[in-house]
Ligand binder design. Sequence first.
Ligand SMILES: *[C@@H]1O[C@H](CO)[C@@H](O)[C@H](O)[C@H]1NC(C)=O
Ligand SMILES: *[C@@H]1O[C@H](CO)[C@@H](O)[C@H](O)[C@H]1NC(C)=O
Ligand SMILES: *[C@@H]1O[C@H](CO)[C@@H](O)[C@H](O)[C@H]1NC(C)=O
Ligand SMILES: *[C@@H]1O[C@H](CO)[C@@H](O)[C@H](O)[C@H]1NC(C)=O
Ligand SMILES: *[C@@H]1O[C@H](CO)[C@@H](O)[C@H](O)[C@H]1NC(C)=O
Ligand SMILES: *[C@@H]1O[C@H](CO)[C@@H](O)[C@H](O)[C@H]1NC(C)=O
Ligand SMILES: *[C@@H]1O[C@H](CO)[C@@H](O)[C@H](O)[C@H]1NC(C)=O
Ligand SMILES: *[C@@H]1O[C@H](CO)[C@@H](O)[C@H](O)[C@H]1NC(C)=O
Ligand SMILES: *[C@@H]1O[C@H](CO)[C@@H](O)[C@H](O)[C@H]1NC(C)=O
Ligand SMILES: *[C@@H]1O[C@H](CO)[C@@H](O)[C@H](O)[C@H]1NC(C)=O
Ligand SMILES: *[C@@H]1O[C@H](CO)[C@@H](O)[C@H](O)[C@H]1NC(C)=O
Ligand SMILES: CC(=O)N[C@H]1CO[C@H](CO)[C@@H](O)[C@@H]1O
Length: 664
Amino acid sequence: MAVFHHILSAFCQALIIAEVILGHSDKEVLRELKNFLKAQNPINRGAYDTWSETEALPCRLQGVECDAAGRVTYLDLSSSNIAGPSFGNFSRLTRLTHLDLSTNSITGQLHPDLKHCWDLQYLNLSSNLIGGALDGNIRKNFPAICGNLSVITVSNNNLTGRISGLFSGCTKLTDVDLSCNQFTGKAVWEGIEKLTRFKASKNNLTGSIPSSTFPKGCKLQVVDISSNQLSGNFPNSIANCSNLRSLSLWNNSFGGSIPPGIGSIAGLEELVLSSNQFHHKIPLELMNCTNLKFLEISDNNFGGEVQQVLGKLTSLKSLALQENNYSGGIVSSGILQLPNLIFLDLSFNRFSGKLPSEIASMMSIESLVLAYNNFYRKIPPSYGRLMRLQAFDLSFNSLSGKIPPEIGNLTSLLFLMLAENQLSGEIPREIGNCTSLLWLNLVGNRISGKIPPEMASIGRNPSPTFVKNRSNPSLIKSATSKCLPVYRWVPASYPEFDFVESMMISQKNCLTMWNRLLMGYDILPVTSPLRTALGSLDLSWNNFSGALPSSLDKLSKLSKFNVSYNPLLSGKVPNTRQLSTFNEQSFLSDPLLSFHSSVAPNPHSNDNQPSSYGTEKHPTNEEITVLVITFLVCFSATFVIRELQSFVYLYHVALRKITNCRYL
Ligand SMILES: *[C@@H]1O[C@H](CO)[C@@H](O)[C@H](O)[C@H]1NC(C)=O
Ligand SMILES: *[C@@H]1O[C@H](CO)[C@@H](O)[C@H](O)[C@H]1NC(C)=O
Ligand SMILES: *[C@@H]1O[C@H](CO)[C@@H](O)[C@H](O)[C@H]1NC(C)=O
Ligand SMILES: *[C@@H]1O[C@H](CO)[C@@H](O)[C@H](O)[C@H]1NC(C)=O
Ligand SMILES: *[C@@H]1O[C@H](CO)[C@@H](O)[C@H](O)[C@H]1NC(C)=O
Ligand SMILES: *[C@@H]1O[C@H](CO)[C@@H](O)[C@H](O)[C@H]1NC(C)=O
Ligand SMILES: *[C@@H]1O[C@H](CO)[C@@H](O)[C@H](O)[C@H]1NC(C)=O
Ligand SMILES: *[C@@H]1O[C@H](CO)[C@@H](O)[C@H](O)[C@H]1NC(C)=O
Ligand SMILES: *[C@@H]1O[C@H](CO)[C@@H](O)[C@H](O)[C@H]1NC(C)=O
Ligand SMILES: *[C@@H]1O[C@H](CO)[C@@H](O)[C@H](O)[C@H]1NC(C)=O
Ligand SMILES: *[C@@H]1O[C@H](CO)[C@@H](O)[C@H](O)[C@H]1NC(C)=O
Ligand SMILES: CC(=O)N[C@H]1CO[C@H](CO)[C@@H](O)[C@@H]1O
């Protein structure tokens, strides 16, 4: 017995010694890894550069964790400025369960060494430059490594080939993210229902989704296969995935009816079906989705009356119906009474008639987009009650009458878009009470009279609105549709914003930028509105009369100014301060304006005389896009520099990255 005990203890000691030796071997691997990475990247290295070699075991190095035996189990080299081909010896870390190499610039194909990492449970390779066919070079590897694998993320690389069949032997897999690659072929495979999360957006996946994809017991909670080339009817068997929280199918070619089975998924919170060919009626069963918070069915073939089923979805925060063929039912559907609605987009439909007075009771609404319809008559003064409204877009309708002075009540308003209507009369001076208003577009109306001096004080304190948005970042995550208005509202044609268009290249960048704007980040805090706040003012193509207010001259940060084509605008353009810095292009066809001798007037007119009335100059398309009345908070110099620098950097990275999905 004693002998046996002795042998046993010797054996245990040998095991411990073996572990220690292996621990040293782990240390050796990390030393090689460090040297390998250093050799690839002589400057600007990640945390691995600080790895010390003096300790016996490597367990306290940054990004490294060990098990009780001192063996490396966890390696996080994300965002470590790694460039070049992958390290080929990870498999010598034989206890490695967690490997994160995300957000680097690793090139080439997946290293075959990975197939020996049998213990891996978590593998994150997202946001690199890894290319090649996953099924060509790792297919053989996958059955080997995936026995323990639970999470795999290869999103945002340049991987090609098919995905169906790849993961069939991976019985423990729960979370797969293949988004933003160049995968082709079928989107789904047998067994996919065992995952909880499946994301494969922005690939080249084709074909339809068979009904057998979602059998009984389906565990899926999140499915995102947006932006592929998928078609056919989406199967009603999705009802079997009773834990589904989020389903995103937008930007495919799915057709037919929305599967009524979705109505039985009580926990569904997000349903994004935009930019497909769904049609017929929304199934009544959907009214049972009482937890639905985000619903987007924009850019499909819905039409006629907005259905009452939508008015039953009382948890809705965001409802996007734009770019369909709806012509009525705004009031009768009950959507205006949804108690939690924050974002409503009805633009690009065929709604007509008076603006519903019921809108005035939408106490939670923050973003209301009614543009590109055929609403006519007045803007109801009762809309002055919409105290939470931050973005209001009524442009491209047929509204007439005056801008109601009650608009001055809207102190949360950041964006007011009234362009291309038939609004007339003067701008109410109460607009100066819109303390948050930073973006105003009145172009293409019949507004006349004096420009009220109060204009210069709009947007003098948007901080309360920003502060509120910072404390409640609830809408940020979803909503594909919100970028459409942003594209329209942010005037990328202005010099201050010419970087914007390239930044907004992807949906994600656009939403990020939009949310940062709404929270007031990257915007100069407005302390002295007259001196800082206004960067750009365009009042062209209206019918303003009376004298140009001299207070405008205090706008010392004005870098763009345009009052062209207001034939009744009179007075003298000051020859001092800010307004004197603009040339004749800012005063085209303003015959009653006169210039002090130091200002260069229109060269086509006589000397310093006003330019001649009736200069027959029709706006070109380009001019029309520029003819925006916009009060813009100019970005602070530091912002512009910081942002431009990082933009240049990011653009550089993006160019090297795959073009179909640029995550900034
Ligand atoms: C990988 O390990 C082998 C020894 O097993 C070694 O010869 C080789 O240099 C290592 N590769 C790197 C990149 O460190
Ligand atoms: C993978 O890494 C990216 C970037 O670091 C991160 O955003 C993502 O959440 C990670 N994925 C998982 C499943 O942990
Ligand atoms: C899973 O990991 C265990 C050790 O944790 C290992 O023995 C086994 O071979 C792995 N399974 C597969 C299929 O790789
Ligand atoms: C993916 O589709 C796009 C356009 O739909 C095409 O330009 C590209 O070549 C395709 N990529 C692959 C790998 O098939
Ligand atoms: C829609 O999907 C296609 C690929 O199928 C992609 O090229 C395009 O950028 C996507 N559109 C948007 C707005 O993301
Ligand atoms: C659920 O899956 C079973 C097969 O497992 C199928 O027979 C049934 O039709 C599915 N349910 C729905 C609503 O399609
Ligand atoms: C909603 O669910 C209830 C029971 O959960 C059911 O009786 C009712 O028929 C469902 N309504 C629709 C329209 O499917
Ligand atoms: C839109 O609806 C009208 C009827 O309201 C119909 O005449 C028209 O064909 C529809 N347009 C499209 C593109 O479906
Ligand atoms: C304007 O706001 C005040 C409270 O600040 C409110 O009493 C009044 O009813 C509002 N007027 C309109 C027309 O909304
Ligand atoms: C709104 O503006 C008008 C005119 O500029 C002013 O007389 C009025 O006191 C302001 N109302 C509030 C509530 O600040
Ligand atoms: C992505 O892969 C394709 C071939 O599959 C290749 O032509 C292209 O250059 C790669 N792009 C990058 C950025 O590596
Ligand atoms: C107009 C608008 O979209 N406002 C947003 C302000 O930000 C909060 C959260 O960040 C959103 O909930 C609002 O919708």
